[in-house]
Design a protein around this ligand. Structure first.
Ligand code: SAM
Length: 253
């Protein structure tokens, strides 16, 4: 096995261990999956379902299922995919299909999904090259991939000081590694392998190379009630907002 493949395997194992240990406590620990974020996700899903089809939605790295819950009755069929069986078990949605799998190997037929979502997952992956190819394979022509809520590299570099203060105050790492979960620092750091920022140019290039019409933009929505009020839904130039949003459309035939 190459060093890169070994690292990917270790990161996958760490993610599974971390999220299996957290299970149903995830949303309490994270503290940001509130009603306003839920409505914001639902609004975007509504637009995507109108433009790209409302048959099949696949949510990658679904966690406790915030996207699946927001999708509600917008799609005929919702599929939740995650590495962690314990996270999948915590989803409170009747009728959602749950699949334990890795985003790099999607167990679906070619051209079988209208919409694929990926919320706060990219920073848990060593890279997104294989993911982009899998998304391009599984999307129907005219279908769309929406990824959001990963912290972007240029912003992290520019605002290293304030970001580290925000993280220290939030203390997510302390909550993840509390006595109940019995996780060690190495597992946490491996699972959060791109906590210091997802390189949006690299990610954008991966999706472009997979022949998807890709756009990337940057925003603040969903971090705190104060930043929601201050910055609302506005998009910012790269480096001036923390959260990366990527939309990648498979060209229609
Ligand atoms: C930060 S949580 C986000 C959960 C959910 N999308 C949300 O926003 O509430 C990241 C999720 O990605 C999953 N994950 C990490 N790496 C994965 C991989 N390679 N394949 C599938 N799921 C993965 C984790 O198990 C975890 O549930």
């Amino acid at each position: 096995m190459t060093a890169a493949a070994l690292l990917k395997k270790d990161v996958r194992t760490a993610n599974r261990r971390l999220y299996d240990a957290i299970g149903s406590r995830y949303e309490n620990i994270d503290g940001r999956r509130d009603e306003s974020l839920f409505r914001w996700i639902r609004k975007t899903l509504t637009q995507l379902s109108h433009r790209h089809g409302n048959g099949d939605l696949l949510d990658l790295g679904t966690g406790s299922g915030v996207v699946i819950r927001a999708a509600g009755d917008l799609f005929e069929n919702c599929i939740a995919l995650d590495l962690s069986p314990s996270m999948l078990a915590s989803i409170r949605v009747n009728g959602a299909h749950r699949i334990a799998a890795d985003v790099d190997h999607l167990p679906f037929r070619d051209e079988s999904m209208d919409v694929i979502t990926c919320f706060a997952v990219l920073h848990h992956l060593v890279d997104s090259e294989r993911l982009a190819r899998e998304v391009a394979r599984v999307l129907r022509p005219g279908g769309v991939f929406w990824s959001d809520h990963d912290i972007e590299l240029k912003f992290c570099r520019r605002f290293r000081g304030p970001l580290s203060l925000y993280r220290r105050l939030r203390g997510a790492d302390r909550h993840y590694m509390d006595g109940q979960s019995r996780l060690d620092r190495k597992t946490y750091d491996l699972a959060e392998c791109r906590e210091s920022g997802v390189d949006s140019s690299q990610t954008f290039d991966d999706f472009k190379r997979a022949n998807l019409d890709t756009t990337a933009c940057f925003h603040w929505f969903g971090l705190t009630p104060l930043t929601n009020r201050l910055f609302s839904n506005r998009m910012f130039p790269k480096g001036w907002a923390p959260l990366l949003r990527m939309i990648a459309v498979k060209p229609p035939r």
